[in-house]
Design a protein around this ligand. Structure first.
Ligand SMILES: Nc1ncnc2c1ncn2[C@@H]1O[C@H](COP(=O)(O)OP(=O)(O)OP(=O)(O)O)[C@@H](O)[C@H]1O
Length: 257
Protein backbone atom coordinates (compact mmCIF):
# COMPACT_ATOMS: atom_id res chain seq x y z
CA UNK A 1 0.00 0.00 0.00
CA UNK A 2 1.24 3.46 -0.91
CA UNK A 3 2.29 5.77 1.93
CA UNK A 4 0.50 9.09 1.65
CA UNK A 5 2.78 10.56 4.34
CA UNK A 6 6.24 9.27 5.12
CA UNK A 7 8.41 10.92 7.74
CA UNK A 8 12.00 9.84 8.22
CA UNK A 9 14.25 10.85 11.08
CA UNK A 10 12.54 14.26 11.25
CA UNK A 11 14.09 16.87 13.50
CA UNK A 12 12.75 20.39 13.77
CA UNK A 13 14.50 23.04 15.79
CA UNK A 14 13.33 26.56 16.47
CA UNK A 15 15.88 29.26 17.14
CA UNK A 16 15.13 31.15 20.28
CA UNK A 17 16.66 34.39 21.53
CA UNK A 18 18.57 32.50 24.19
CA UNK A 19 21.70 30.74 22.98
CA UNK A 20 20.16 27.28 22.75
CA UNK A 21 17.71 26.40 19.99
CA UNK A 22 14.59 24.44 20.91
CA UNK A 23 14.10 20.97 19.44
CA UNK A 24 10.35 20.55 18.88
CA UNK A 25 10.69 17.23 17.01
CA UNK A 26 13.57 14.87 17.52
CA UNK A 27 14.36 12.07 15.06
CA UNK A 28 10.77 11.14 14.30
CA UNK A 29 9.82 8.27 11.96
CA UNK A 30 6.24 7.59 10.94
CA UNK A 31 4.11 6.69 7.96
CA UNK A 32 0.46 6.92 7.00
CA UNK A 33 -0.90 4.55 4.36
CA UNK A 34 -3.42 5.75 1.79
CA UNK A 35 -6.87 5.41 3.39
CA UNK A 36 -5.33 5.11 6.87
CA UNK A 37 -6.14 7.21 9.92
CA UNK A 38 -3.64 8.15 12.59
CA UNK A 39 -4.05 10.11 15.82
CA UNK A 40 -1.08 12.01 17.20
CA UNK A 41 -1.36 12.30 20.97
CA UNK A 42 0.73 14.10 23.55
CA UNK A 43 0.74 16.82 26.16
CA UNK A 44 0.91 20.50 25.36
CA UNK A 45 4.28 21.29 23.80
CA UNK A 46 5.05 17.70 22.72
CA UNK A 47 5.32 18.76 19.06
CA UNK A 48 1.93 17.72 17.63
CA UNK A 49 1.13 20.98 15.78
CA UNK A 50 4.72 21.24 14.60
CA UNK A 51 4.36 17.78 13.07
CA UNK A 52 1.20 18.71 11.13
CA UNK A 53 2.78 21.95 9.94
CA UNK A 54 5.85 20.02 8.80
CA UNK A 55 3.63 17.62 6.81
CA UNK A 56 2.12 20.64 5.02
CA UNK A 57 5.71 21.91 4.49
CA UNK A 58 4.92 25.08 6.40
CA UNK A 59 8.11 24.49 8.43
CA UNK A 60 11.29 23.10 6.84
CA UNK A 61 13.02 20.10 8.45
CA UNK A 62 16.20 20.86 10.35
CA UNK A 63 17.17 17.25 9.54
CA UNK A 64 15.40 14.25 8.03
CA UNK A 65 12.61 14.30 5.47
CA UNK A 66 8.87 14.55 4.90
CA UNK A 67 7.30 12.93 1.85
CA UNK A 68 3.73 13.85 0.92
CA UNK A 69 2.02 11.71 -1.74
CA UNK A 70 5.43 10.15 -2.38
CA UNK A 71 7.26 13.46 -3.00
CA UNK A 72 9.97 14.81 -0.70
CA UNK A 73 8.56 18.26 0.15
CA UNK A 74 12.05 19.78 0.40
CA UNK A 75 12.95 18.71 -3.13
CA UNK A 76 10.05 19.99 -5.19
CA UNK A 77 9.13 23.36 -6.68
CA UNK A 78 6.66 25.75 -5.02
CA UNK A 79 4.16 25.02 -7.80
CA UNK A 80 4.43 21.25 -7.18
CA UNK A 81 4.12 21.82 -3.44
CA UNK A 82 1.00 23.95 -3.91
CA UNK A 83 -0.61 21.26 -6.02
CA UNK A 84 0.13 18.66 -3.29
CA UNK A 85 -1.29 21.01 -0.64
CA UNK A 86 -4.46 21.35 -2.68
CA UNK A 87 -5.03 17.62 -2.20
CA UNK A 88 -5.01 18.16 1.60
CA UNK A 89 -7.50 19.76 3.97
CA UNK A 90 -6.03 21.45 7.03
CA UNK A 91 -8.00 22.38 10.13
CA UNK A 92 -5.60 24.56 12.12
CA UNK A 93 -5.63 24.61 15.90
CA UNK A 94 -6.59 28.27 16.25
CA UNK A 95 -9.91 28.96 14.54
CA UNK A 96 -9.64 32.66 15.39
CA UNK A 97 -6.76 33.48 13.07
CA UNK A 98 -7.60 31.19 10.18
CA UNK A 99 -10.83 32.52 8.63
CA UNK A 100 -10.53 35.78 6.65
CA UNK A 101 -12.34 38.34 8.83
CA UNK A 102 -14.35 39.97 6.04
CA UNK A 103 -16.04 36.76 4.87
CA UNK A 104 -19.47 35.47 5.76
CA UNK A 105 -19.71 31.85 6.88
CA UNK A 106 -21.00 30.66 3.50
CA UNK A 107 -18.34 32.65 1.58
CA UNK A 108 -15.61 31.29 3.85
CA UNK A 109 -16.64 27.74 2.95
CA UNK A 110 -16.87 28.48 -0.79
CA UNK A 111 -13.51 30.28 -0.86
CA UNK A 112 -11.17 27.24 -1.22
CA UNK A 113 -12.93 26.16 -4.42
CA UNK A 114 -12.77 29.67 -5.85
CA UNK A 115 -9.04 29.92 -5.07
CA UNK A 116 -8.42 26.47 -6.55
CA UNK A 117 -10.30 27.51 -9.72
CA UNK A 118 -12.83 24.66 -9.53
CA UNK A 119 -15.36 25.13 -12.33
CA UNK A 120 -18.89 25.10 -10.95
CA UNK A 121 -21.90 27.38 -11.25
CA UNK A 122 -22.50 29.77 -8.38
CA UNK A 123 -25.68 27.88 -7.45
CA UNK A 124 -23.89 24.53 -7.39
CA UNK A 125 -21.10 25.97 -5.25
CA UNK A 126 -23.62 27.48 -2.86
CA UNK A 127 -25.50 24.18 -2.56
CA UNK A 128 -22.30 22.28 -1.92
CA UNK A 129 -21.16 24.73 0.79
CA UNK A 130 -24.59 24.63 2.47
CA UNK A 131 -24.55 20.85 2.46
CA UNK A 132 -21.12 20.77 4.09
CA UNK A 133 -22.16 23.31 6.72
CA UNK A 134 -25.25 21.23 7.49
CA UNK A 135 -23.00 18.16 7.79
CA UNK A 136 -21.01 19.91 10.54
CA UNK A 137 -24.21 21.13 12.23
CA UNK A 138 -24.45 24.72 10.99
CA UNK A 139 -27.75 25.62 9.35
CA UNK A 140 -30.07 28.62 9.03
CA UNK A 141 -29.79 31.68 6.80
CA UNK A 142 -28.85 33.91 9.72
CA UNK A 143 -25.75 31.91 10.66
CA UNK A 144 -24.68 31.35 7.04
CA UNK A 145 -24.89 35.06 6.24
CA UNK A 146 -23.15 36.24 9.42
CA UNK A 147 -19.49 37.04 9.45
CA UNK A 148 -17.37 34.16 10.72
CA UNK A 149 -15.56 36.49 13.14
CA UNK A 150 -18.79 36.92 15.09
CA UNK A 151 -19.18 33.20 15.81
CA UNK A 152 -18.19 31.27 18.91
CA UNK A 153 -14.91 29.34 18.90
CA UNK A 154 -16.77 26.03 18.53
CA UNK A 155 -18.80 27.32 15.58
CA UNK A 156 -15.66 28.63 13.92
CA UNK A 157 -14.00 25.25 14.29
CA UNK A 158 -16.96 23.75 12.44
CA UNK A 159 -16.66 26.37 9.68
CA UNK A 160 -12.96 25.48 9.43
CA UNK A 161 -13.80 21.81 9.04
CA UNK A 162 -16.36 22.55 6.32
CA UNK A 163 -13.76 24.71 4.53
CA UNK A 164 -11.19 21.93 4.75
CA UNK A 165 -13.66 19.42 3.29
CA UNK A 166 -14.78 21.68 0.41
CA UNK A 167 -12.12 20.34 -1.97
CA UNK A 168 -12.79 16.69 -1.05
CA UNK A 169 -9.27 16.21 0.32
CA UNK A 170 -7.42 12.91 -0.04
CA UNK A 171 -5.73 13.72 3.28
CA UNK A 172 -7.26 15.69 6.15
CA UNK A 173 -5.02 17.14 8.85
CA UNK A 174 -6.97 18.16 11.97
CA UNK A 175 -5.36 19.99 14.86
CA UNK A 176 -7.57 19.63 17.96
CA UNK A 177 -10.69 20.19 15.80
CA UNK A 178 -13.11 19.55 18.67
CA UNK A 179 -11.33 21.38 21.51
CA UNK A 180 -14.05 24.06 21.73
CA UNK A 181 -17.07 21.79 21.22
CA UNK A 182 -19.47 20.52 23.83
CA UNK A 183 -19.74 16.76 24.27
CA UNK A 184 -22.60 16.25 21.83
CA UNK A 185 -21.13 18.33 18.98
CA UNK A 186 -17.78 16.66 19.57
CA UNK A 187 -19.48 13.32 18.93
CA UNK A 188 -21.15 14.67 15.79
CA UNK A 189 -17.85 15.92 14.40
CA UNK A 190 -16.15 12.60 15.05
CA UNK A 191 -19.06 10.95 13.17
CA UNK A 192 -18.51 13.32 10.20
CA UNK A 193 -14.82 12.39 10.19
CA UNK A 194 -15.59 8.67 10.45
CA UNK A 195 -17.97 8.87 7.48
CA UNK A 196 -15.33 10.63 5.43
CA UNK A 197 -12.53 8.28 6.37
CA UNK A 198 -14.89 5.35 5.78
CA UNK A 199 -15.21 6.72 2.24
CA UNK A 200 -11.44 6.51 1.72
CA UNK A 201 -10.09 9.83 3.01
CA UNK A 202 -6.82 9.53 4.94
CA UNK A 203 -6.45 11.51 8.16
CA UNK A 204 -3.95 12.81 10.69
CA UNK A 205 -5.78 13.81 13.87
CA UNK A 206 -4.04 15.75 16.63
CA UNK A 207 -5.35 15.72 20.19
CA UNK A 208 -4.09 15.61 23.78
CA UNK A 209 -7.01 13.30 24.66
CA UNK A 210 -6.09 9.62 24.36
CA UNK A 211 -9.71 8.45 24.39
CA UNK A 212 -10.73 10.83 21.62
CA UNK A 213 -7.61 9.81 19.69
CA UNK A 214 -8.64 6.16 19.83
CA UNK A 215 -12.16 7.05 18.78
CA UNK A 216 -11.06 9.14 15.81
CA UNK A 217 -8.43 6.92 14.18
CA UNK A 218 -7.32 3.32 13.65
CA UNK A 219 -3.77 3.97 14.85
CA UNK A 220 -2.12 6.13 17.46
CA UNK A 221 1.32 7.60 17.93
CA UNK A 222 2.19 9.12 21.28
CA UNK A 223 4.66 12.01 21.30
CA UNK A 224 6.66 13.10 24.31
CA UNK A 225 8.98 16.07 24.04
CA UNK A 226 9.20 15.68 20.27
CA UNK A 227 9.94 11.96 20.34
CA UNK A 228 7.76 9.02 19.52
CA UNK A 229 7.28 7.03 22.71
CA UNK A 230 4.55 4.58 21.69
CA UNK A 231 2.65 3.63 18.57
CA UNK A 232 0.16 0.98 17.59
CA UNK A 233 -3.41 0.02 16.90
CA UNK A 234 -5.72 2.44 18.76
CA UNK A 235 -7.69 -0.25 20.60
CA UNK A 236 -4.52 -2.03 21.69
CA UNK A 237 -2.80 1.14 22.92
CA UNK A 238 -5.91 2.07 24.88
CA UNK A 239 -6.40 -1.42 26.35
CA UNK A 240 -2.76 -2.06 27.22
CA UNK A 241 -0.51 1.01 27.06
CA UNK A 242 3.15 0.01 27.27
CA UNK A 243 4.92 3.28 27.95
CA UNK A 244 4.54 4.89 31.42
CA UNK A 245 3.82 8.23 29.70
CA UNK A 246 0.89 6.71 27.78
CA UNK A 247 -0.38 5.18 31.04
CA UNK A 248 -0.16 8.62 32.66
CA UNK A 249 -2.14 10.15 29.77
CA UNK A 250 -4.78 7.47 30.25
CA UNK A 251 -4.89 7.98 34.02
CA UNK A 252 -5.28 11.74 33.48
CA UNK A 253 -8.57 11.28 31.61
CA UNK A 254 -11.68 12.23 33.56
CA UNK A 255 -13.75 9.21 34.57
CA UNK A 256 -17.47 8.94 35.02
CA UNK A 257 -18.04 7.11 38.30
N1 LIG B 1 7.33 29.08 15.65
C1 LIG B 1 7.90 28.66 16.78
N2 LIG B 1 8.98 29.28 17.29
C2 LIG B 1 9.57 28.85 18.42
N3 LIG B 1 9.16 27.76 19.12
C3 LIG B 1 8.09 27.11 18.67
C4 LIG B 1 7.40 27.51 17.47
N4 LIG B 1 6.36 26.64 17.26
C5 LIG B 1 6.39 25.75 18.28
N5 LIG B 1 7.42 26.03 19.11
C6 LIG B 1 7.80 25.25 20.31
O1 LIG B 1 7.89 23.90 19.94
C7 LIG B 1 7.35 23.04 20.95
C8 LIG B 1 6.25 22.18 20.35
O2 LIG B 1 5.14 23.04 20.02
P1 LIG B 1 3.81 22.48 19.36
O3 LIG B 1 2.91 23.65 19.14
O4 LIG B 1 4.14 21.62 18.20
O5 LIG B 1 3.22 21.56 20.53
P2 LIG B 1 1.79 20.88 20.67
O6 LIG B 1 2.03 19.49 21.12
O7 LIG B 1 1.00 21.09 19.44
O8 LIG B 1 1.18 21.73 21.87
P3 LIG B 1 -0.35 22.20 22.15
O9 LIG B 1 -1.11 20.95 22.49
O10 LIG B 1 -0.22 23.13 23.31
O11 LIG B 1 -0.82 22.86 20.90
C9 LIG B 1 6.86 23.96 22.06
O12 LIG B 1 7.85 24.03 23.06
C10 LIG B 1 6.70 25.30 21.38
O13 LIG B 1 6.90 26.37 22.27
Amino acid sequence: MENIVEIKNLTIEFNSRSAKSHRALDGLDLALERGGTLSIVGESGSGKSTLLRAVMALIPPTAGSVALFGKDTAKITTAELNSLRRRCGYVPQDPYGAIPPGLSVIDAVMEPEIIAGVKRTKEERLERAKKLLAEVGLTGERILASRAVGLSGGQRQRVELARALMLDPELLLCDEPTSMQDASTRGEIIEVLRRRTGGGMSMLFVTHDLLLAAHAAQKIVVLKEGRLCESGDSKEVLAAPRHPYTKALLDALPRIT
